[in-house]
Design a protein around this ligand. Structure first.
Ligand code: GDG
Length: 475
């Protein structure tokens, strides 16, 4: 097996499921990344290397939905050190502006290095002569350099899905230089926003001492590395057509009926993560009820919190805090059959997500820091009648593009209360004007445009290696 395009990501784009006959099988996981990359994968006969979850060893490569997938096993110690530890206990909070305190443990770092090395070796083994390898996200930052050493013929791209922090924060990392050098193994490094790319270039200049000019880094070996923003997006047309479908329309009606047909439905959908600002947003909403600005007969808040990283201590604490807050709010402010907050700790099929987006009048997305936030874009894509209001944190990458949202600072509870109330009270003309503009943005800059832009630019980095893999032709 040898491939002209290899994707390296911590996770495979499939989940392990039990089939009706009890045997194990695979289901494509519904993430936007798969939708984005699938067409490029098909056009170039690509191979995807990643961890399928769990500790099964010796899994064979297989095909799912026409994609060639190569499962990488992880031991329990690697899951704890590399994934839960260094990736989600060190890098995740550090890269999200220290929303939680990152922990630095040398044995976590060692596990991270070991897993990155194994992934790099697998990519080196599978890539054809001059192939393109696209490495994804914070769990894999050492792969570009390790791979470059093994296979100097390759063209290597890296994309970071989360923010890249300012130098002042990044500098805390005991392994800062290794991570920068790891990334510099790539020909091009993509970030969500221009700020992330600038932070990176500045750090490389200061910490590694390479010459830089604008978005280019000049390495002593003659290579040039480009660091540039590529804001990610969604399959906007796919979401819209799902939202327009008859079953989703019916389900949206059912949801509103089940909620007691309130005048307005507020909605939050997030992985249960401390970066997402769920606690503060629910407090802001509940204060509006307690203050008498909203009434539980008129307004309900549906909060979907998708289980996430449940083995990590901080996530367990957060879950308990939110459970308690919701219990207290509903106990204090709810009436029989009218809770203030309808709280769901669960994940749902995509159609159910579309029905929720369709049922919601005010979508509330208030992370303290977020690379992009696809939920905000999905809501916009589903509002094909140009109705509905989006309340969006200034600190989500999506705020750079969705300027017509009601933008808020999630640390400012009073400001958030005002924005929620304004969005609730806004007249049709105002919401329509804003939604129309946002829909234009999301439709034009969809995930296919994102993947094409990345692949095109990677093919054009001056002095890079490898054959160019071109984006898939799209109809
Ligand atoms: C990272 C960055 C960046 C959620 N619950 C369910 C479900 N989802 C889907 C959503 C959306 C995706 O998961 C979540 O994406 P977000 O962007 O909102 O957030 P992260 O998970 O933190 O993603 C982020 C992203 O990577 C992409 O680069 O935007 O900033 O943190 O697509 O719809 N999907 C289904 N059931 C659920 O219950 N089917």
């Amino acid at each position: 097996m040898s491939a002209d395009l290899v994707i390296v990501a911590n996770r495979l784009p499939v989940d392990r499921v039990e089939q009706p006959d009890g045997t194990p099988g695979w289901r494509t996981s519904p993430g936007g990344l798969v939708t984005a990359i699938e067409p490029v994968m098909r056009a170039n006969d690509g191979t995807w290397i990643g961890w399928p979850g769990g500790t099964d060893a010796g899994l064979e490569p297989f095909e799912a939905d026409g994609m060639k997938l190569v499962p990488m096993s992880m031991t329990q110690a690697e899951i704890e050190g590399h994934y839960e530890g260094f990736s989600n206990g060190t890098l995740w909070p550090l890269y999200h502006d220290l929303v939680a305190k990152p922990e630095f443990h040398r044995e976590w770092w060692d596990a991270y290095v070991g897993v990155n090395r194994r992934f790099a070796e697998k990519a080196a083994e599978l890539a054809s002569e001059g192939a393109t390898v696209w490495v994804h996200d914070y769990q894999m930052q050492l792969v570009p350099q390790m791979l470059r050493e093994l296979r100097p013929d390759l063209r290597i791209g890296f994309y970071l899905h989360i923010p890249f922090p300012p130098a002042e924060l990044f500098q805390q990392l005991p392994w800062r230089r290794q991570l920068l050098e790891g990334l510099l193994g790539a020909d091009m490094i993509g970030f969500q926003l221009p700020g992330g790319a600038q932070n990176f270039v500045r750090l490389v200049r200061q910490r590694v001492g390479h010459k830089t000019h604008r978005d280019l880094v000049y390495l002593p070996d003659g290579r040039t590395v480009r660091a540039a923003p590529f804001p990610i997006s969604i399959d906007a047309a796919g979401f819209e057509s799902m939202a327009r479908s008859e079953p989703v329309a019916r389900r949206a009606e059912e949801i509103r009926t089940a909620l007691g047909n309130p005048r307005k439905v507020f909605l939050g959908i997030d992985r249960l993560d401390y970066t997402k600002g769920i606690y503060a947003r629910l407090r802001a909403f509940s204060e509006l009820i307690a203050d008498g600005h909203l009434d539980v007969e008129d307004a309900v808040f549906v909060q979907v919190a998708v289980p996430s990283r449940e083995q990590v201590e901080q996530y367990r604490i957060l879950r308990d805090e939110i459970d308690r807050l919701v219990g207290r709010i509903n106990g204090d402010l709810g009436r029989i059959g009218r809770p203030a907050i309808s709280y769901l700790h669960s994940s749902y099929p995509r159609e159910e997500m579309a029905a929720l987006y369709r049922a919601a009048d005010v979508m509330v997305v208030t992370p303290y820091r977020d690379g992009m936030n696809l939920v905000a874009k999905e809501y916009v894509a589903c509002r094909f009648e140009d109705t509905g209001a989006l309340v969006l944190s200034e600190f989500a990458g999506a705020a750079d593009e969705l300027r017509q949202a009601w933008l808020v600072n999630p640390y400012d509870i009073n400001g958030m209360k005002s924005a929620l109330l304004e969005a609730y009270r806004a007249d049709d003309k105002e919401t329509r004007r804003r939604m129309k503009a946002m829909r234009k943005t999301v439709t034009q800059h969809d995930v296919a445009a994102w993947a094409d832009a990345f692949m095109n630019d990677l093919a054009e980095v001056p002095g890079s290696h490898g054959k160019a893999v071109r984006p898939a032709k799209r109809s």
